[in-house]
Design a protein around this ligand. Structure first.
Ligand code: TRP
Length: 437
């Protein structure tokens, strides 16, 4: 186990059959990322999230199989990463509760999915929360638990999920502030090059618009669906615009820049829509066809997939179980036998030093570094502008003790015995600010 590697984590909600949009937007980039040996990958099937949107048990089960099989058929190596099903990790709902207790309700009110639902109700003159489950409301907290449980540094997601990662950071920061530095603050990773794939009708390819092309549909069906992509009415021989063309954008997501440039030229030269569709079908099929056999084999042998997921879950629980034990203890859910930890916490809580800024009678701006017991460790000289005082604080926060020499002229003398304490407190502040970045 190498805990030094950058941890990358992402999940896919198991509510449907994977389509080309899922492939281009999530499956393919995560498979590529999983091959980077400098990172450690966590890839999972978000079936608890699925319950928020779907009350059909058979569909959730089927989707879990299909997404798992798609991921593996697309090249995800379950041995090289931790590949698991969310609901096999009991610590995730357990952590969800701990996070629930440090998450502001107001923060969740602002989450896009919930806000969209309540805005829609509002516009229709219904009660704000009509048909809104508490599950939808809590969606970001469950997602926060997914991410924070495995101390993920990076979370590759679509743009619509950025807010959720930011919320996970907020939850991590609140928890860390209250209980000590347990969580890593995650970062969303948005692949600029990953296309938002349009669907058959030109809107974003999404199950909710019913405009998708299934990833592993049999060849003939895929051809039929590609033929159904909406185009304009330009006749063969007439120049066609690539701009706003769903057909072209889908092609681009599968082709090299050179191939795309050639296709654009064909558009300009007036390629018939029928031929363009044929060309698109062939290009997609070239990428998908070799994976189809693996997909079919897994779909027809669910036991194989189940076994892989069980191995992955055991691997995941090796992390989640001890970490959850640590977290439980941190919040006070712990054995009554030992009371020593509580005492240590009392003193460590008081030990957070901070900068205090103020304006003195002379009209100048000052700051001081105040230590654990309210003792002044560092005293600035007067600044004419509050911005200069703030800049000096920022420098001390960013650089820690290193900034002391540069700022010498702005600070009062630090006596030798105090200096050690100043240094220790500055590095504390510095480290905490780094963790929060
Ligand atoms: N909410 C994500 C989506 O719909 C799926 C998901 C659940 C997820 N938990 C996650 C993604 C944790 C990244 C990390 O796309």
């Amino acid at each position: 186990m190498n805990s030094e590697r950058t941890r990358v984590l992402t999940g896919i909600t198991t509510t449907g059959t994977p389509h080309l949009g899922n492939y281009v937007g999530a499956i393919r980039p995560t498979v590529q990322a999983s091959r980077n040996t400098a990172t450690e990958g966590f890839y999972f099937l978000a079936d608890y999230h699925a319950l928020i949107k779907c009350d059909e048990p058979a569909r959730i089960q089927r989707s879990t199989l299909e997404i798992a099989a798609s991921w593996i058929a697309s090249g995800l190596d379950p041995e090289a990463v931790t590949f698991y099903r969310q609901s096999d990790i009991p610590q995730i709902p357990e952590l969800t509760w701990l996070l629930t207790c440090v998450t502001g309700k107001g923060l969740l009110n602002r989450a896009h999915a919930y806000k969209a639902a309540s805005d829609k109700n509002h516009a229709a003159g219904h009660d704000t929360d009509a048909d809104v489950t508490a599950g939808l409301f809590m969606y970001p907290v469950l997602m926060g638990a997914d991410i924070l449980m495995f101390k993920a540094h990076q979370v590759p997601v679509g743009r619509d999920q950025i807010q959720h990662i930011e919320m996970a950071r907020d939850m991590a920061a609140s928890f860390n502030h209250l209980y000590g530095e347990h969580f890593v603050l995650p970062q969303a990773v948005i692949e600029e090059s990953v296309a938002l794939l349009p669907g058959l009708d030109g809107r974003k390819m999404s199950k909710s618009y019913d405009n998708t092309i299934p990833l592993f549909a049999p060849s003939a069906q895929m051809r039929k669906q590609i033929n159904a992509i909406v185009t304009d009415s330009r006749a063969p021989g007439e120049a066609k615009s690539t701009e706003g063309s769903a057909l072209f954008q889908i092609y681009q997501a599968f082709a090299s820049p050179e191939e795309s440039a050639q296709f654009a030229q064909a558009f300009a030269d007036g390629i018939a829509w029928g031929d363009a569709k044929q060309h698109l079908f062939e290009r997609i099929d070239r990428e998908i066809a070799p994976m189809r056999a693996t997909y079919e084999e897994l779909i027809h042998n669910p036991d194989k997939v189940e076994k892989l997921l069980q191995v992955g879950a055991a691997k995941a629980r090796e992390r989640s179980a001890p970490f959850m034990a640590q977290l439980r203890s941190a919040v006070g859910l712990r054995t009554l036998s030992s009371q020593s930890q509580a005492k240590a916490e009392k003193s460590s809580k008081a030990a957070a030093p901070s900068f205090k800024q103020y304006r003195d009678k002379d009209g100048q701006f000052y700051f001081k570094l105040v230590g654990a017991q309210g003792n002044v460790l560092l005293q600035s000289k007067g600044f004419i502008s509050p911005r200069d005082a703030a800049a000096a604080i920022a420098q001390l926060t960013d650089q820690g003790a290193q900034a002391l020499d540069a700022l010498q002229a702005q600070l009062e003398m630090i006596e030798a015995p105090v200096r050690q304490e100043v240094l220790a407190n500055l590095s504390f502040i510095h480290l905490n600010s780094e963790n929060k970045e």
